[in-house]
Ligand binder design. Structure first.
Ligand SMILES: NCc1[nH]cc(CCC(=O)O)c1CC(=O)O
Length: 309
């Protein structure tokens, strides 16, 4: 392999391409002599876009083909939204870099209403995320939640066609696609605890590829790494994939990491939540401790019920 080339395996969705282009730009900034190529690919998740995610088993649907390409040396790295990255990696691959986090919040998108409180009785809200669904239903049990799949552009088109009164999307995705003006309001973490890793981009590569790992190193963002480590540790301990009613969100203030977590029944009738704090160096243990706390409070019953086939 040429000393001066990095190939990025990427999905072809606009968001995936934005993220790959972002990493390409950052790499070229750090290493002006480097050539960075995109290797666009179609994944199983892209083909099954119309099947409800919970049915096809969301875990890793969008990343497997990219990982095979790296293992077969048809590409060197893959760029992921951290919230879509499964908890475990194939033998030989790992996450060598987590980039600086963008806005972690969920966004309320509607052509007619300012926020969740402004929605009329029985309004239809689009989301396929059990995490978003349970938190919306907890605040507004009268609302109807309707499945919403597809790329960000497809989801907005379905809203505009009148299929929903409002939809919920990640603020970061809308910002990256230059669609911030579509955001009617931001939903603060207190009302919709984000998914683990939401808003952060990570880079996967071959763990024995020291050339690539060294080239990627300047893109690492330490604070984001601590936060996402705690969030993912909580999710991992709860054995949560990406399609689960789990929220995990960490912040750092004065060197102390604060992690909030919740597990909720999709109908919003029960939400178990807790928090934990500690040194950034104990990020992983803080996540594990919080998961144990949630399990002690009964989170397993909720998760088992969701996983029933
Ligand atoms: N599940 C799809 C997905 N994966 C990452 C993002 C947004 C960007 C991010 O969270 O980093 C989205 C869209 C959404 O949830 O609205």
């Amino acid at each position: 392999m040429s000393e001066n080339l990095i190939r990025i395996a990427t999905r072809k969705s606009p968001l995936a391409l934005w993220q790959a282009e972002f990493v390409k730009a950052e790499l070229t900034k750090a290493h002006p002599e480097l050539t960075v190529e995109l290797v666009p690919m179609t994944t199983k998740g892209d083909i099954l876009l119309d099947t409800p995610l919970a049915k096809v088993g969301g875990k890793g649907l969008f990343v497997k083909e990219l990982e095979v390409a790296i293992l077969e040396n048809r590409a060197d790295i893959a760029v992921h939204s951290m919230k879509d990255v499964p908890v475990d990696f194939p033998e030989g691959l790992g996450l060598s870099v987590i980039c600086e986090r963008d806005d972690p919040r969920d966004a309320f998108v509607s052509n007619h209403y300012a926020d969740i409180d402004a929605l009329p009785q029985g309004a239809v809200v689009g989301t396929s995320s059990l995490r978003r669904q349970c938190q919306i239903r907890a605040a507004r049990p009268d609302l109807m939640i309707k499945d919403l799949r597809g790329n960000v552009g497809t989801r907005l088109a379905k809203l505009d066609a009148g299929q929903y009164d409002a939809i919920i999307l990640a603020a970061a995705g809308l910002k990256r696609l230059k669609l911030v003006e579509r955001i009617a309001s931001y939903i603060e973490a207190e009302r919709s605890l984000p998914a683990n890793g939401q808003g952060a981009v990570g880079i996967e590569c071959r763990l024995n590829d020291h050339r690539v790992i060294a080239l990627l190193a300047p893109l690492e963002h330490t604070e984001t790494r601590y936060r996402v480590t705690a969030e993912r540790a909580m999710n991992t301990y709860l054995e949560g994939g990406c399609q689960v009613p789990i929220g995990a969100y960490a912040e750092i203030a004065d060197g102390v990491l604060h992690l909030r977590g919740l597990v909720g029944r999709p109908d919003g009738g029960l939400i178990i939540s807790s928090q934990a704090s500690g040194s950034v160096n104990d990020a992983e243990q803080i996540g594990i401790n919080l998961a144990k706390d949630l399990l002690q409070q009964g989170a397993k019953d909720i998760l088992d019920a969701v996983y029933q086939p």
